[in-house]
Every structure is written in structure tokens, then in C-alpha cells.
Ligand binder design. Sequence first.
Ligand code: AMP
Ligand code: ZN
Length: 469
Amino acid sequence: MKIYNTLSKSAEKFVPHNEKEVKMYTCGPTVYDYAHIGNLRTYIFEDILEKTLSYIGYDVKRVMNVTDVGHMTSDADTGDDKMLSGAKREGKSVYEIADFYTEAFFSDLLKLNIKKPDIIKKASDHIDQYINIISKLLEKGYAYTAGGNVYFDISKAKDYYKLSGKNEKDLLVGVRDDVEEDKNKRNPFDFGLWFTSSKFDNQALKWDSPWGTGYPGWHIECSGISIKYLGEYLDIHCGGVDNIFPHHTNEIAQSEAYLGHKWCNYWVHGEFLNDETGKMSKSKGEFLILSLLESKGYNPLVYRFFCLGSHYRKQLAFSYNSLDIASNSYDKLLNRIKNIKADDSEVDALKSKVYKDKFKAALEDDLNTSNALTILFEVIKDNDLNNNTKRYLIEDFDKVLSLDLLKDDNSIVDSEFISEIEALIAERNVAKNEKNYAKADEIRDCLLSMGVIISDGSEGTKYEIKDVA
Ligand code: AMP
Ligand code: ZN
């Protein structure tokens, strides 16, 4: 399998540390609000990656964190505490906010057929692990205390900018004037590992530590949780492109300083979903969340289908118009599949292997999901494949695509419509038997006007629904 590695800036052959097992870490949500559909695009791509790895034969052990502490509105430790501002906004406690939005996140995963990672852990449950790592970083001289806080000294890290390919000079140009500089830091990009002199007096979550009562920085939680559950050697770490700097850059710096060796071999990042005005954000315009799409009548799997139509490393523009197009093709796809009825044909092992290999090759090519969908369409259209072979392949592909392709209740064709089609076909067969070809043709035209194409073969009359209004 080839996958694009942000670390080497190239598509690389994927080779995990263990031949059969893959250790995968994916950054989870900050649970102060609903995930927007941009966030969900990232979780869909990670789900496809995990399922592809399983599909090609690996055992995948995947871990995800839930951020309920330490994440500021700016990823660079500045601004307000996201959890606290969520709690204030809703007049609830930070715990209530965290529980509510964690459940909302799980419900989104379920609706989008995203497999829940094997291990999902709350950041606030692993304070001892962070304290251990921070103590070791201080001991090894990678961290320092200043103004009551503990910071990581990026000048001590080996090749700090290797993931982002940025440099300090360029980054400084991007620092906004209105962002208050933390005078405790030796270098502007040093980052907080532990804060005690919080600017938030009413910080809800605080713990004792060797450096005073306080709370961990955001970055340390992913290193801590990953190392605790996946060990010292990680195969794949994922997130959205905005995580490359500073979050993943800082994770690498502190993990490698702590472990004393390279930590993770493959860094895989998904591109952004943009709205009509550019970067999607919670503060401007309509807050695009999954339940909003549902309230407008969209099946959540239409959004999954929409995402799979484009490559995860390309920016994707969201509009209701493009979602409508996706919705139409998804409905047509399901209707065509619904016509592929199980019969007593035998699954053709040779032909299905050819298609499975093509499907696998598309996914192994840096997760080319749109090509994988093309293979699915080829299967459906292939007149040389019997129904059970088609159904077998569709079911097999759906292990990765997860579009409920063979789930009957998804069909927008109601049973009345199907009964009508079947009654007309039966009537036409009677007409044909009576050699009343004019009537048979009339019925064929009538079916066509309903968007139904029929074909007569040795196995009887088959039909295909092309267009459903
Ligand atoms: P957060 O809850 O803000 O920590 O973000 C959760 C995940 O969504 C992270 O992996 C981000 O990189 C990703 N993300 C944030 N905004 C977008 C977007 N507009 N499109 C795709 N992914 C995003
Ligand atoms: Zn993370």
C-alpha cells in the first residue's frame, strides 16, 4: 500500500513495525461543541484508512483521545480555554459540556458508519501519564520552568520543523500582533507542557503536580495517551492538515525527546472541507453540523458519499448544490443495487477476484476512494456478472466504503413503486405469451417513462431503475 507521508512529503510504501499489526493514533475532538462537517470529513478519511488497512489484512489497533482539557482557542496556547467558553456559553459545568458533546460526537460517528476506534480515552483521565513524561523532559533538559509553568524548549529538539517544512522566520511573520506574547517563553514557539499560572482563575479542571496545581497543555495529551496504549513505536498518526503545525510538530518533539528515538513513521493528514466563504468555522455563517443536514432531509450517508467522491488530500468545497448532486447519485446507486436481487447463481470466484484486486489497488493508491467507487459502478454495470457475484462484491466493498449499500431500508423506492413495476412486467409477459407485441411494447414504453429500463434474457425479464423523481 502507498500512502502520502507528510514527514517525507511523498507517497511511500507502507511498512508497519510488525508484519501483521498496525498501531494507529488519530487526534480526537475537542468536546466543547458539536463537530462540524469539516471535522467529520477528517474522521471519515481516517475511517477509510483504518478499514483499508483491515481490508488488506492488517490487524489495526487504533486509539483516539477526547480533548476535555487544555485546548485554547488558538492551537498555540493563546486565547480562551475552549471547554470553559463552551461551559459559559451554555451555563453548564465543563464536565456536563464534555459529556454532552462526547455523546453527540459518538452519535455522529454512528450515523456516518464510522467505526469507533478500539480505544477512546479522555485527556483528563491521564494526568499521571503527562506528569511522568514532563518530569522526564525536565530531567533530560528538554523542558524548563518559568513563571510557574513548564515549557518545552524547541531549540533542544532534533529537527523541530521536519514535519511542517516551515521555518521560524516565516512563522514569525504569521504571528498576529494582537496575540499576547508569553514572556515566560525562551523562544516564541516553545510550548506549554503544564500551566499553573493560568490566566483563567476559575479553571474548572485542575490537578496537583510537582510544579503546583494546574492543568496540562493540549499537545501532551496525544503523546501521553498514544504512548500509554500503543507503546513506544507508532505506525500511523493522523489528523487534519491544521494539526501539522503546531500540534503534531509538538507531539513529535516531546515524544521523541522523552523516548530517545523516532516515534512514528507515517504522518497522514486530510485536507480541509471549505464552505463558500473559505475555511469552515463555527463563528461565521451557518454552523454546518450533521444534524443540520439531517433537518434539511439529507441522509448522513449522503455526506459520507460526497466525501468519498474526492481525494482526502484535496480541499473540498461544500455547497448544498454539490450535496444535492451527491444525494441524487447515491439514491440512484442504491436503486440500481436494489435491483440486483439474490438468486441461485453461484458467486464467480475468478471474476470477483479481478474486481477485488482492482478495488484494493484503488485504495492502496493513497486511498483513492473515487476510483474505488468507479470499480463499484463497473461491477454494477457488468452484464457478464451474475447477481450473486455482484452482491458478493458490493457487500465486500462496503466493508470499506460503509455506505449501507445492501441495506434495504435505505431505498427511496417505496414498495408500492416496486409492486407497480413488477405488475407491469407480469402483464407484459402475458401479452408476449399471447403474441400481443403491440401491448408488450406499450408496457415497455410506459415503464421507460417511469424511469425503468427492462431487458429480456434467458433468466427472464430484468429491470433497472434509472431515474427516480
Ligand atoms: P478539533 O475538534 O478542533 O480538535 O478538530 C477535530 C479534527 O478536525 C482535527 O483533526 C482537525 O484537524 C480537523 N478539522 C478542523 N477543521 C476542519 C475542516 N474545515 N475540514 C477538515 N478537517 C478539519
Ligand atoms: Zn492530537
